[in-house]
Design a protein. Structure first.
Length: 95
């Protein structure tokens, strides 16, 4: 069973950076999802795919995976590009 350790990005609907400084350990799906022929619902019998553990730092998540004997892959977060703009730049003519 392989796990991914990553720092989640902010949601497209949020403007702040809440919940983007914690690290998440999430198991990869061992099997694909199946479609129920009667109701049309999707489901799986893989319960590990529903587990998502949160840690304060990357080192804590890695040490947990090592203690539990879980093979893991660390995905480093991408750096944000901050463009400083003033309110007047919205109405400026760039032609």
């Amino acid at each position: 069973m392989t796990a991914r350790i990553y720092c989640p990005t902010k949601n497209a609907m949020q403007s702040g950076l809440k919940n983007t400084h914690e690290w998440v350990l999430e198991y990869e799906a061992a099997q694909g999802k199946s479609l129920d022929p009667l109701m049309g619902w999707t489901g799986t019998s893989d319960m590990a795919g529903q587990i998502k553990l949160k840690f304060a730092s990357r080192e804590e998540a890695i040490s947990y995976a090592k203690r539990a004997g879980i093979s893991y892959e660390v995905i480093e977060p991408k750096a944000r590009k901050v463009r400083l703009r003033s309110y007047a730049d919205v109405f400026a003519y760039h032609g």
